[in-house]
Design a protein around this ligand. Structure first.
Ligand code: ATP
Length: 380
């Protein structure tokens, strides 16, 4: 999967080193009986592109709206650039919001749409002209400034909305599903453009998205939300390679998850007994010997072969090919293991006759193995 490949590259962009620019402390928001945001804490550094990622109804938009000042928490505090926002109304906050719908004025040209907010703020005309000119250049829409929104493509409309939000020079830009209106291919391309623009302007972005691939491509860090709480906060690599819970392991990418018992816990390795095989992990994870635990194994980390391993050992299991899904760049193999469990294994479709997965087909007996660094232990 493309997003997973991207996840393995450390974000090159600035993750910030200053004092937290946005501080969220113990924030709770309830609507009647529904706790939309449940006692969350979060620090975001200046210049970050931070994603709030989660499924429908997990509370991400409510948190974004509290940052914007459209909703107020019942408990906890939010400060932006060192100032407590508890008493600060939306229009006085150093924030701007870009809505999923873009909310462009259909009767106004691109440049008038962008200039509108500055005119409302009574900025001098010559300054407006300069700022609109600069921002059109940034989003590469100079040649489209006289067009109306309906004369633009979806991607161009998205850039007008971004330009209109950025031209007001907010310290913090809040983006609610900014790419949701675009088709999949355009969305992928626009993710990189958005990240590049953010890097150029250096404004702190907080982006709400339900799309894990988008969060991985865009973000310097992300928070994975579930039922109003943060399940895990970290870089794409940390979240993908070291998920801490079954929810995160399953929500970001896909994972084979099974139960086991810790039989050895040393400083540099852990051994876990499962009814699949013995699992040896060579990265230190602090777990008590004897404890029941969950193990996650990503489908792309498993080697598949028709040949038995040279010598038996941990991290090896056998099964039979139950099903194969051809995805073009990769194939997914559903392997029915000897203990009855079905494991997913993905393999790239390289044209290499000697490849280990070459010619593996339905009903074949196969040997699965993985590196000592590949399995992950989950706390919950
Ligand atoms: P989605 O991706 O579907 O927009 P979300 O993660 O952004 O979801 P929120 O919109 O923050 O989720 O909603 C969180 C919970 O709070 C949901 O159960 C929702 O129904 C509820 N909720 C949000 N706003 C209100 C409101 N104004 N009145 C009542 N309930 C609300």
């Amino acid at each position: 999967m493309g997003g997973e490949e991207e996840a393995r590259a450390e974000p090159a962009r600035n993750t910030g080193t200053d004092e937290p620019f946005v501080q969220i402390k113990g924030v709770t928001k309830k609507f009647g009986d529904v706790t939309a945001v449940d006692n969350v804490d979060l620090d975001i550094q200046r210049g970050e592109l931070f994603c709030l990622l989660g499924g429908s109804g997990c509370g991400k938009t409510t948190l974004l709206r509290m940052l914007a000042g459209f909703e107020f928490p019942q408990a906890g505090t939010i400060s932006i650039d060192g100032i407590d926002m508890s008493e600060v109304p939306a229009y006085e906050r150093p924030t701007n919001m870009m809505f999923q719908s873009y909310a462009l004025f259909p009767h106004m040209s691109v440049e008038k749409n962008i200039a509108f907010g500055l005119q409302q703020d009574r900025i001098p005309r010559s300054e407006i002209a300069d700022r609109v000119h600069d921002i059109l250049k940034l989003v590469e829409l100079q040649d489209y400034k006289k067009r109306k929104p309906q004369q633009l493509s979806g991607g161009q409309r998205q850039r007008v909305a971004l330009a209109r939000a950025l031209v007001k020079e907010p310290k913090l830009l809040l983006l609610d599903e900014p790419l949701a209106a675009l088709d999949k291919k355009l969305r992928k391309q626009t993710q990189f453009e958005l990240a590049n623009i953010q890097e150029q302007v250096g404004v702190t972005f907080i982006v709400v998205t339900h799309d894990q691939e988008e969060a991985m491509t865009l973000s310097t860090r992300m928070a994975v939300m579930n039922a109003g709480r943060f399940e895990q906060i970290g870089t794409s690599t940390e979240i993908y390679e070291f998920p801490q819970s079954r929810f995160v392991a399953d929500f970001i990418g896909s994972a084979n998850i099974f139960e086991g018992r810790v039989v050895e816990d040393s400083a540099d390795h852990v051994r876990v007994e499962t009814d699949l095989c013995e699992i040896y992990i060579n990265h230190g994870q602090s777990v008590a010997k004897g404890s029941q635990i969950w193990v996650a194994l990503r489908p792309e980390k498993i080697y598949l072969s028709k040949n038995a391993p040279e010598k038996p050992g941990p991290n090896q299991a056998t099964g039979m090919v139950d099903d194969i899904g051809y995805l073009g760049d990769t194939s997914i193999y559903k392997i029915r293991m000897d203990n009855g469990l079905i494991l997913d294994v993905t393999a790239p479709n390289q044209i290499r006759p000697m490849s280990r997965t070459h010619a593996i087909t339905w009903e074949d007996k196969v040997y699965l193995s993985w590196e000592p660094a590949s399995a992950m232990l989950l706390n919950s």
